[in-house]
Ligand binder design. Sequence first.
Ligand SMILES: Nc1ncnc2c1ncn2[C@@H]1O[C@H](COP(=O)(O)OP(=O)(O)OP(=O)(O)O)[C@@H](O)[C@H]1O
Ligand SMILES: [Mg+2]
Length: 376
Amino acid sequence: MAVAIENPFLVATYHSPAYFCDRTAETKRVTNALTNGRNLTLLSARRIGKTGLIKNAFYQLQKKKDWQTLYVDIMPTGNLNDFIKLLGKAVVEHEWRRSKNYLKKIAILLSGISAKLSFDPITGAPEIGVEYKTRQESEKSLSEIFRYLSTQDVKYAVAFDEFQQITCYPEKNIEALLRSHIQHLTGVNFVFSGSNKHLLTSMFSDYGRPFYQSSDFLFLEKIEANAYCRFIREKFAKHGKAIATELIKEALEYYRVHTFYVQYFFNKLFENSEKTVTKVMVEQVHRLILEEREHIYYSYRNLLTSYQFLLLKAIAREGGISQPNASDFIAKHGLKQGSSVNRALSALVDKEMVYEETGVYYVYDVFFSKWLAKIF
Ligand SMILES: Nc1ncnc2c1ncn2[C@@H]1O[C@H](COP(=O)(O)OP(=O)(O)OP(=O)(O)O)[C@@H](O)[C@H]1O
Ligand SMILES: [Mg+2]
């Protein structure tokens, strides 16, 4: 039986559409691409809700009896063999959950990819060990896994989350290798998802690169504020708590409607509130969140030069800046004139401390931004 959800604002996992706000059109775009035999690339800033969207779309797809879904987060992989092992493990685990006779079913796959099978002593879940010495062995195993998926009597949707990770693998021509498999598969379609906009965009749209024009694109925007406001009010109401629309709207704006930060704030507010949410409670929760993180935020200072930190603070205080070289911005925040702003800014963008959206630079982590705006 599923565990009851006590706090309706989820901050780490996907549960079901009941705890997932809106994204109706986006969910349809994902499922429509897949069911019509197209792959899809999903991009957004960090923590906007890509993983949630994939899971919500897969939740819908799984209702169709001829569809199976595999979600693979490749962030922990560092090379081609890690990738193959993770994909193989996902397939084996999936079959384990799906059918009692899974061992018979995957025997050929296991031998095809030269994998050793073992079992988790607590859960009984199958684990696989693989070791490939040559590129040839790795490539053969990869094609065995894809062949397995495309020869089942169901269709597969496979999501590779944090897909930009493949560009960090030391092996050459990984993009070409994957592309050569993916384009010839029948009954298997893919979602490639990631946050590194630049990397993924060029991977899929630069002429001459292997994934050129091979997939639909979905740039995931923020959740529409009115829909989010309704969702939040309903969740409080369902648990017998009242909250004024004005307070919700203010908090949404305060956290730039950035999904993770909104969810986290309302999770805490829900926990700390009685029957009626007051402005005092809201202020308290804003403070509480920053106090908890203060230690981490002070340590961020050591990752930056003092000039970068000063610039970051200035951006936070302005709540975003479109013209970082403007003389009034530079003078107001005690920054030096000249090219140093550009250099520091590009270092901050590289470190993913700053994010650029439609020509405005923001401190990426919204809580950090609030903290920076308050300290001396
Ligand atoms: N539509 C939604 N309604 C409610 N909560 C959501 C929604 N989308 C995402 N979330 C929640 O917001 C948080 C961040 O979402 P998610 O992890 O999907 O973002 P992401 O873009 O994949 O982030 P990252 O870039 O870190 O991988 C999660 O806790 C998730 O449960
Ligand atoms: Mg994610």
